[in-house]
Design a protein around this ligand. Structure first.
Ligand code: HEM
Length: 469
């Protein structure tokens, strides 16, 4: 939620490892950068506030990045150098004035320091306890795959927009982890929650409208989550935690003498909200890209289906153990994530120390955007950066090949907390959808890869037909 406002911040300082040539679907996003920035995305190694090593700053030469103007880092080498090699210096998020009063140091995205460390550690270990890497979560996702496929089946091969039904299925996986159970897609509590999240992610209007809206939404979310927390407390048994909320309640007992760690009910609401917003929008947008690429490139869809038929047959749902035997499907999913590029600008970080990068000193307190777009399309890393090409992830023998520049989840200390969960969901949902249906554009429609930039970079609404196989 903070990220939306951060993405649209003004950009004035750019460090590139190289210049890019940008084409087709991605130009709009770059235009956005160059419109907002006084200097566009060209290779300007040094501008305001960033000084070559050994030189002083230049007072009076315009605003320094530390006063709110982000420094943009482009290209795999530079992004890795900053986020991984100097990881400790880039581990903090800036506070956003708009949301400062409401969510200062709360949740998982926006918190910092000791509280963030404790909350991130707890969230990761709880996600692990409730399924990551375990059969239990795998089977919950399989259950959801069946529900999703059944709803799609009802379309009877007629055109429909896939986004909301996919979104319901993905949100239910977070529901299982946080609330301990899935919801029926028509459940009114579930739909209220999803509607609120959508409103939050797509806040519109002027700045005051946003502040007012944010306060109201915060109150509504607190109400909704407080309800669930109350239910949990009624039959809570510390010895058998059922989900994230139960585990958080235990943690509140454990940390009651250490308020700084943030284990209180207010923060539980914010962490829950962050898990829902981060865990739903991102994964369902990626699946939405996946279906769009499959209708755009039917020959690739056919090859995935051939591999599914060979490894799984027509009825056994995939497990994560199957992934190793399905290199083509795995490569296609990676390529969807690369081209989908759903968090192009990454989330913003703040330097905690003066840091030297490529001979330039970045002062402490500088906002930094280590852009993922520049890595996923880095022309020095990818053979055909702007073409959908699963071959990027396959070797000469057709085996899966890892790539350093595959960083859709970012890198370093604040790397996506849900990476493992997202990868599991993408593999299991994608294989089950293509096992059960062949997707195609509505008759007479030529699919386009047009996108829109909101909180994530996502396809413009489109329709498809799903014909049972
Ligand atoms: C395809 C799916 C996903 C993508 C592409 C994605 C991408 C990202 C990116 C780029 C960041 C910013 C990292 C940085 O600052 O360097 C991030 C942060 C985060 N993601 Fe994800 N994400 C995905 C799914 C998920 C899921 C399923 C969850 C929920 C469990 C999740 C939870 C988070 C959280 C809590 C953070 C903040 C971490 C922190 O600040 O310490 N993400 N994600």
């Amino acid at each position: 939620m903070d990220s939306g406002s951060l993405y649209s911040s003004i950009i004035q300082v750019v460090i590139n490892t190289h210049t890019h040539t940008h084409t087709h679907t991605h130009t709009h996003f770059l235009q956005r950068l160059s419109h907002t920035g006084s200097r566009g995305t060209g290779a300007y190694p040094v501008t305001q506030g960033v000084r070559p090593e050994g030189e002083g700053t230049h007072p009076g030469r315009g605003a320094s990045p530390s006063q709110g103007t982000p420094l943009v880092l482009n290209g795999l080498q530079l992004v890795k150098e900053a986020l991984v090699e100097h990881g400790e210096n880039f581990a903090v998020r800036p506070t956003v004035p708009l949301s400062e009063d409401i969510m200062l140091n709360k949740g998982l995205f926006g918190s910092n320091g000791y509280q963030w460390k404790q909350q991130r550690r707890f969230a990761l270990s709880t996600l692990r306890n409730f399924g990551l890497g375990k059969r239990s979560l795998e089977s919950q996702i399989q259950v959801e795959c069946r529900f999703l496929n059944d709803v799609i089946d009802k379309s009877q091969g007629q055109p429909f927009e896939p986004i909301s039904v996919v979104n319901n299925a993905v949100a239910n996986i977070i529901s299982c982890l946080v609330f301990g159970d899935r919801f029926d897609y028509s459940d009114s509590y579930f739909q209220t929650l999803l509607k609120l999240i959508n409103e939050l992610l797509y806040l519109e209007g002027g700045i005051w409208a946003q502040v007012k809206h944010l306060v109201l939404l915060k109150l509504k979310f607190s109400e909704e989550f407080t309800l669930k927390i109350k239910e949990h407390k009624e039959d809570w048994d510390a010895s058998t935690p059922r989900d994230y909320i139960d585990s958080f309640l235990s943690e509140m007992e454990k940390w009651k003498d250490d308020a700084e760690a943030g284990f209180n009910e207010d923060n539980l609401c914010f962490c829950t909200l962050d898990l829902f917003t981060a865990g739903t929008e991102t994964t369902s947008t990626t699946l939405n890209w996946a279906l769009l690429y499959m209708i755009k490139y039917p020959e690739i869809q056919e090859k995935v289906q051939a591999e599914i038929d060979q490894v799984l047959g027509s009825s056994r749902l995939a497990t994560m153990a199957d992934r190793a035997n399905m290199p083509y499907t795995d490569a296609v999913i990676h390529e969807i994530q690369r081209m989908g590029n759903i968090v192009p600008l990454n989330l913003v970080r703040l330097t905690t120390k003066d840091t030297t990068l490529r001979g330039y000193t970045i002062p402490k307190g500088t906002m930094v955007m280590a852009t993922l777009h520049s890595v996923l399309f880095d022309e020095t890393e990818w053979e055909t950066p702007f073409t959908f090409n699963p071959g990027h992830f396959l070797d000469a023998e057709g085996k899966f090949r890892r790539r350093d520049a595959f960083l859709p989840f970012s890198a370093g200390k604040r790397v996506c907390l849900g990476e493992q969960l997202a990868r599991m969901e993408l593999f299991l949902f994608f294989t089950s959808l293509l096992q059960r249906f062949t997707f195609s554009p509505p008759p007479g429609v030529e699919p386009t890869l047009e996108s829109k930039v909101g909180v994530t970079h996502s396809p413009k609404p489109y329709k498809l037909c799903a014909v049972p196989r």
